[in-house]
Design a protein around this ligand. Structure first.
Ligand code: PEP
Length: 249
């Protein structure tokens, strides 16, 4: 039985002091032993977030990371900088990073490998555009993203990974995929993992849905057999996130 994992992606929101205030506000609202709860916050707020979340059920994640160990990469964050302060998760290949910061399937793969090397759990994002959905190539596109993201990843590592299926047309648009649409793609992702590895790996890996998840849509989405939780943007900055995390109560 896979444990649900619900992560907030704060994107470029909240200063370090606002981060402390928001975590203190949300802490009592997101208590739910049946769910792994992750707050992915801007790099500059990670230390404060970890200090503030201490003693709670909240784990802290980064929103990005570089794939080299150290060196002349101005502005980038190395994996050991994250582990040094206690970061447990990292979002890799969010569609906004692919669109605005030239992330490719190849850089996603390099970052995924580096995250595993350092014991950080990657939340690996994939998703199709509206045009791709209308052209009927969603599943082919997602399968390609997954196959490249997992190149040279061992089955032992893959079992611990988190995949976030996020249709680009649903991110920040208020246009949530239907539970049937989300389930269809998450099921196809699990099939793809079974093809790359085996059934045991496919059964272990956790697959989230992301894209305008709200307290209203969460219960039906998270009840789907292949959806193991969510990656939540806008609603993760509000008390509503507590209702999303407690979707089963
Ligand atoms: C996201 O940023 O990963 C996301 C799903 O955003 P939103 O929930 O706002 O659509």
């Amino acid at each position: 039985m896979r444990k649900k994992i619900i992560a907030g992606n704060w994107k470029m929101n909240k200063t370090p002091s606002e981060t402390v205030a928001l975590i203190n506000e949300l802490k009592p609202l997101v208590a739910n032993d049946e769910v792994d709860v992750v707050f992915c916050v801007p790099a500059i707020s990670l230390t404060k977030a970890i200090e503030t979340a201490e003693g709670s059920n909240i784990s802290i994640g980064a929103e990005n990371m570089y794939f080299e160990e150290s060196g002349a990469y101005t502005g980038e964050i190395a994996p050991n900088m994250l582990t040094d302060i206690g970061v447990k998760y990292v979002i890799i290949g969010h569609s906004e990073r692919r669109e605005y910061f030239a992330e490719t399937d190849e850089t996603v793969n390099k970052k995924v490998l580096k995250a595993f090397e350092h014991g950080i759990t990657p939340i690996i994002c994939c998703g199709e555009s509206l045009t791709q959905r209308e052209q009927g190539i969603t599943i082919d596109w997602i399968r390609q993203q997954i196959k490249i993201a997992f190149l040279n990843v061992t089955s032992k590592q893959a079992k611990t990974a988190v995949i976030a299926y996020e249709p680009i047309w649903a991110i920040g648009t208020g246009k949530v995929a239907t539970s049937a649409q989300a389930q269809e793609v998450c099921h196809a992702i699990r099939d793809c993992i079974a093809e790359i590895y085996d059934e045991a790996t496919a059964e272990a890996i956790r697959i989230q849905y992301g894209g305008s998840v709200s307290a209203e849509s969460a219960p039906e989405l998270f009840a789907q057999p292949d959806i193991d939780g969510g990656l939540v943007g806008g609603a993760s900055l509000k008390p509503d996130f507590g209702r999303i995390v407690n979707y089963n109560k």
